[in-house]
Write a protein that binds this ligand. Structure first.
Ligand code: DX5
Ligand code: ZN
Length: 213
C-alpha cells in the first residue's frame, strides 16, 4: 500500500520537524492539495511551497489539482517539481481529457484523473488507458478532516475490476477521511494508494502512516 500524507493538514508552525518525520516514516509519496477557491471553496498553496518541499523531501510529489484550469496550473506545478499531476474530470471538457493526459506525459510526468463523490465511476471507463492513476474522492473536495463516504467503496471495486479486466497498469488512489479502519476497507476494495491528512498529522506521523501500510 502506498501512503501519501496530505500536507494540507501539516502543522505549518512546525514545518521542519514535520517534514523530517515524514521523511523518516513509511510514507512514499506526499500529497499536495492545490485549491483555487473556485473549483472548491478553499484556497491553498502555490508552486513555491511545492518547490520548498522538493528541497526538503525526496518523497514522490503527488499533486492533486482542485482547480478550474488544470491545464494552466498543471504546467506550473510540473515545472515546480510535481511527479504526478491529478486533475478533476469535472473541471475539463471531455474532449480535452486525453489531450491533457498526453501533455502531462510529454513533460515526463505521470497523469491522474479524479472524480468527486457525486460523479459516477463509469465516466472514467473510456479514459482509463490514458492514465497512470485514478483518484476516488471519498469526501467532498475542499477541506481536510471530513468523514469518509462509504459509497466510495463500490467505485473502488468497479474501477479495480475494469482496470484488471483490461490488463491496465492504473493505480487507484483514495482521498478523504482515511484512517486505519477506512484505509483497510479501501485496501480490501482494491485501492493501491491512500491519502491521509488529518489522521496522519493529528497523531504521531510515523505510527499513523505505519497503521495504514
Ligand atoms: C480534500 C483533499 C484531501 C484532504 C484529505 O479536498 O483532497 O486530500 O486533504 O484530508 P483528510 O485525510 O483529513 O480527509
Ligand atoms: Zn487531495
Amino acid at each position: 500500500m502506498i501512503i501519501s500524507p496530505s500536507v494540507l493538514s501539516l502543522n505549518y508552525a512546525d514545518t521542519k520537524s514535520q517534514i523530517s518525520e515524514l521523511n523518516a516514516s513509511k510514507a512514499e509519496w506526499l500529497h499536495f492539495d492545490v485549491m483555487d477557491g473556485h473549483f472548491v471553496p478553499n484556497l491553498t498553496f502555490g508552486p513555491d511551497i511545492l518547490k520548498a518541499f522538493c528541497k526538503s523531501s525526496p518523497l514522490y510529489k503527488d499533486v492533486h489539482l482542485m482547480v478550474e484550469d488544470p491545464a494552466f496550473y498543471g504546467d506550473i506545478f510540473m515545472d515546480a517539481g510535481a511527479d504526478l499531476i491529478t486533475f478533476h474530470y469535472e473541471a475539463v471538457d471531455e474532449k480535452d481529457i486525453i489531450t491533457l493526459a498526453d501533455h502531462i506525459h510529454q513533460k515526463g510526468k505521470k497523469a491522474g484523473i479524479s472524480i468527486k463523490p457525486k460523479t459516477d465511476a463509469e465516466v472514467l471507463k473510456p479514459y482509463l488507458p490514458y492514465f497512470d492513476l485514478v483518484l476516488v474522492m471519498s469526501v467532498e473536495p475542499g477541506f481536510g478532516g471530513q468523514k469518509f463516504m462509504p459509497d466510495s467503496l463500490e467505485k473502488i471495486r468497479n474501477l479495480r475490476s475494469w482496470i484488471d479486466e483490461a490488463g491496465l497498469d492504473v493505480r487507484i488512489e483514495v482521498d478523504g477521511g482515511i484512517n486505519a479502519e477506512t484505509g483497510k476497507l479501501c485496501k480490501d476494495a482494491g485501492a493501491d494508494v491512500l491519502v491521509a491528512g488529518s489522521y496522519v498529522f493529528k497523531n504521531d506521523i510515523g505510527k499513523a502512516v505505519e497503521s495504514l501500510v
